[in-house]
Design a binder for this molecule. Structure first.
Ligand code: PRP
Ligand code: URA
Length: 212
């Protein structure tokens, strides 16, 4: 496995969730239910890369306990539209997390990313960023989003890109450009088809989650 790429453990339970979201016959409510479960696991995994410091506390039994406490400001940034499906998990897992948005759409003919709009917290340069987008295909959209974050002063090593499905083309493009950013992925698929869709993939995530 390349440096800074973390694929979740492929347990049978995890694969069963992926089998449902990949299945072309899966109905939208089942797709949402299973995708949400996967997203929650991915975001939990991403929190392992956030900083902590040691903290000693007293328990109700009078014992002292050498523990840890969360430190460091964080922000989740979703790539609209599909990344928005991952915001709820970020909010459920990280209390009071700030949310930013970057609207990037792939051109359907060329698969090249077009940036339309972004809205990010003023102090984003001080934060760790969980970059949320379910699909890493050519890597164009994610690379464009990281460029925007870096222009705003976010340190590359503080960016954790969380996705459900990636592929070698996207991983290589992303890691070549941003070797210090981390990728948390649920599955590394085989490659891309002629329209830059991931194979075997699951089709168009946004259409399946939000409706075509
Ligand atoms: C999808 C996906 C990523 C992008 C991945 O978004 O959510 O943003 O494609 O492809 P890439 O790695 O080749 O850039 P899309 O532009 O289809 O928009 P959507 O989220 O509205 O469906
Ligand atoms: N976007 C998707 O939703 N699916 C893919 O396979 C590639 C890009």
């Amino acid at each position: 496995m390349q440096k800074n790429i973390y694929e979740l453990e492929q347990t049978d339970q995890f694969t069963a969730l992926y089998t449902i979201i990949r299945d072309e016959t899966t109905k939208r409510d089942d797709f949402i239910f299973c995708a949400d479960r996967i997203i929650r696991m991915l975001v939990e995994k991403a929190t392992e890369f956030l900083p902590t410091k040691t903290k000693q506390i007293k328990t109700h039994t009078g014992c002292s306990f050498n523990g840890k406490e969360f430190i460091g400001k964080i922000c989740a940034v979703s790539i609209v539209r599909s990344g928005e499906a991952m915001e709820k998990a970020a909010r459920d897992i990280c209390q009071k997390i700030r949310i930013g948005k970057i609207l990037i759409q792939r051109n359907e003919e060329t698969a090249k990313p077009i940036h339309f709009y972004s809205k990010l917290p003023e102090d984003i340069a001080e934060r760790f960023v969980l970059l949320l987008d379910p699909m890493l295909a050519t890597g164009g959209s994610a690379c464009k989003a990281v460029e925007i974050l870096k222009e705003k002063g976010v340190k590359e090593e503080k960016i954790i890109f969380v996705n459900l499905i990636s592929c070698p083309e996207g991983i290589n493009a992303f890691t070549k450009k941003f070797p210090q950013a981390k990728i948390i992925t649920g599955a590394i698929d085989k490659g891309l088809d002629s329209k830059a869709y991931i194979l075997p993939g699951l089709g168009d995530f946004g259409d399946r989650y939000f409706g075509a």
